[in-house]
Design a protein around this ligand. Structure first.
Ligand code: F0G
Length: 397
């Protein structure tokens, strides 16, 4: 019997255990994904911390506090707005704004934990592939910790705002002539050839531990929440949602199990195909969508994510780029704003209301994963400007 506050890595396929003192992402025996397991201490929160580390006993109980690399992430706002509720068809829709994190996306919640872990393990270099937000966050937290970050960027597939964050924070940028999936394959190649580069993609099980806190906060604030919707790309966040729900249930904080609604863009929906087709294995696709953050055809975390969808009795939904942009417009015009990929969460809920699968009186939360300034191309295309003369004519008419 493990002592309270102990953590270990466990293979989700064969159950093989590994010590957390090893830098490991997949099982040596069966190549299955690893997850962090803990024996939870009596106290589930740490009073002196806000945000992510408030839940330290549930994400990394044994970590020395002095080793935490943090910018004060988490504790984001939950908005509601009549016009977005009306747009979605759900009268009490709430929006959890993860764009309010230090680098402008939910990635910071996973990154504070994974980079703290990098330091604990003595890593001096980090590496990740990214559609943009992970690289911005990895670059910031690596710089804060005084280690170098290397980011593999799929050329032409990353928004200039996100790339400029990674550059500004001093990351070494490695150009990948292809898409995110090719960049991710190259991270796997690096991992096979060297132990020197600590991987900060969500295949790193510590990323998931930090991201659980999005859902801890939602469940704490919305006691009776029935649906939690989120955009899905590499499926780390869907995995984090399920793990958070399972653990809150296990330690008796919730009785009901919120259903996870994982939303993909139509042009990048291999996880939808897996779920809807009841297939055994995910079939990778060539991804294409305006929502560049979730332009992913071969998500690494699918085996964790499908388990969590099934555990919560949730659903996978796919929405068109038009539906994503319409939802973004509704969120933007309400004064809240988000990047295109984030709006997929609201678009997915709206779709389920229209299909009669969600009732207008059901309680639902949508995770807005990234800030409005993260990917502005679609906004600029939409902008209608008028000459000063026209304005003056209106004024004096
Ligand atoms: N929303 C935004 C804004 C994202 O940046 C991402 C992923 C997702 C949703 C999907 O989350 O991968 O856990 O299913 N962005 C990664 C990146 C892939 O490189 O920044 P997921």
């Amino acid at each position: 019997m493990a002592a309270n506050g102990e953590s270990w890595l466990s293979c989700i396929k064969c159950g093989q255990k590994y010590s957390i003192s090893r830098r490991k992402y997949v099982c040596d025996r069966c190549r299955g994904l690893l997850e962090v397991k803990h024996t939870f201490p009596e106290n589930h929160t740490e009073k002196e911390f806000h945000g992510v580390w408030h839940y330290k006993p549930l994400i990394h109980p044994s970590l020395e506090k002095a080793r935490i690399v943090s910018r004060g992430e988490g504790s984001t706002a939950l908005y509601s707005h009549d016009s977005v509720s009306e747009f979605s068809g759900i009268s009490s829709l709430r929006m959890k704004h993860e764009g309010e994190n230090p680098t402008g996306s939910f990635k910071d919640r996973g990154m504070t934990v994974a980079v703290s872990e990098a330091i604990r393990l003595g890593a001096t270099e980090t590496v990740c592939a990214s559609t943009g937000n992970t690289s911005a966050s990895a670059a910031s937290y690596s710089a804060l910790a005084g280690i170098r970050s290397n980011v593999l960027i799929p050329t032409g597939n990353v928004s200039p705002s996100k790339l400029s964050q990674a550059i500004a924070y001093g990351a070494r940028i490695i150009d990948i002539p292809g898409d995110f999936d090719l960049a991710m394959e190259n991270v796997a190649r690096i991992a096979e050839n060297s132990q020197d580069y600590y991987i900060l993609n969500s295949i790193n099980p510590w990323r998931i531990e930090g991201q659980k806190t999005i859902f801890f906060e939602i469940m704490k604030e919305l006691k009776e929440c029935r649906f939690i919707a989120l955009p899905a790309g590499n499926l780390g966040n869907t995995s984090a949602a399920g793990k958070a729900i399972r653990e809150f249930r296990e330690i008796g904080i919730i009785d009901n199990i919120p259903e996870i609604i994982s939303v993909q863009a139509e042009g990048a929906s291999p996880f939808y195909n897996l779920w809807a087709g009841a297939m055994e294995k995910l079939e990778p696709v060539k991804a294409s969508t305006i929502a560049s953050a979730i332009r992913i055809g071969n998500p690494v975390n699918w085996e964790k994510a499908i388990r969590e969808i099934r555990y919560t009795g949730g659903k996978v939904v796919r929405v068109s780029d038009r539906e994503i942009l319409d939802a973004k417009r509704a969120i933007d015009r309400a004064g809240i704003g988000c990047e295109p990929a984030s709006a997929a969460s609201v678009a997915g809920l709206k779709k389920l209301v229209e299909e009669g699968q969600i009732d207008r009186n059901d309680s639902a939360a949508a995770v807005l994963t990234g800030n409005i300034l993260k990917d502005t191309a679609s906004i600029m295309e939409d902008s209608a400007r008028i000459p000063m003369e026209t304005f003056m004519r209106e004024l004096t008419a």
